[in-house]
Write a protein that binds this ligand. Structure first.
Ligand code: KIV
Length: 274
């Protein structure tokens, strides 16, 4: 649970809170959400950051990759999340081709997210080549979270979802990218699916917090896709996902009992009727 502030109210998390947490050594907790009820429950138990990830393409819409996700999709889901959240910092992913083509696109689309939804920050996948975009967004008041390592929007370049930066050259490049993003002004960096020894080096090399997913225990915080940790994405079983529940099974049991009750004329009962 979150620490309480002096007035005993739950802490409202901002990008500044997150950067301070690295200095004080308090681990940062982050999960994804794409709808009102999940976001409401996350906020209620004191999660620090809620990510409206473009992983919604996979887990909500059933696409093979995140590439088809649009700005309108992100804004639609982010609005649902925003309506539920009082304390957590909400970060919204910039989807594929919403920022890569030009600085103009990046500003217009990040601006849409901030203006139409009213969240705390945006997240961009990519390394040093994004420095100019990050610098400009931060300058105009749009906080940016970086994302390095396995960046799913680049799946067609990688050709695989295997662990990234296992060789020296890619590891060194990732550290250079992290430093470039820090210099450009990101307030935190996601490290996805890289060796934990490398995540440790990156975490020591930058002053901004690192938040890991499949990047080991040395990051300043951790993030998972909420449907993975709840056991809803049952075929997806990478070793970095700890499944805290088996909601797929729980759901099927409930649906099966409902079907049985309706067919057996056991639902609705007298107490469920008017
Ligand atoms: O889209 C997403 O959910 C993400 C997380 C995996 C970090 O980017």
């Amino acid at each position: 649970m979150k620490k309480q502030n002096k007035t005993d109210k739950p802490r409202v998390v901002t990008t500044k809170t997150v950067t301070t947490m690295k200095k004080t050594g308090e681990k940062i907790t982050m999960l994804t959400a794409y709808d009102y009820l999940v976001a409401k429950n996350l906020d209620r138990v004191g999660i620090d950051i809620i990510l409206v990830g473009d992983s919604l393409g996979n887990v909500v819409h059933g696409y093979d990759t995140t590439l088809p996700v649009t700005m309108d999709d992100m804004i639609y889901h982010a609005k649902a999340v925003k309506g539920a959240v009082k304390n957590a910092l909400i970060v919204v992913d910039m989807p594929f081709m919403s920022f890569q083509a030009s600085l103009d696109d990046a500003v217009r689309n990040a601006g849409r997210i901030m203006k139409e939804v009213g969240v705390g920050a945006v997240k961009l996948e990519g390394g040093a080549y994004l420095s100019e975009i990050v610098r400009h967004l931060v300058r105009i008041g749009i906080p940016v979270m970086g994302h390095l390592g396995l960046t799913p929007q680049a799946i067609n370049k990688f050709g695989t979802y295997e662990v990234r930066a296992q060789d020296r050259a890619e590891a060194d490049e990732l550290i250079r990218d992290a430093k470039a993003l820090e210099k450009a002004g990101v307030f935190a960096i996601i490290l996805e699916k890289i060796p934990s020894a490398l995540a440790k080096r990156v975490t020591a090399a930058v002053s901004v917090p690192t938040i890991g997913i499949g990047a080991g225990p040395h990051c300043d915080g951790q993030v998972l896709v909420v449907y993975d940790m709840l056991g809803l994405t049952e075929e997806f079983r990478p070793r970095f996902v700890r499944r805290y529940e088996e909601l797929g099974e729980t759901m099927r049991n409930a649906f099966t009992r409902y079907i049985r009750d309706v067919r057996g004329k056991k639902f609705p009962g007298r107490e469920e009727s008017y």
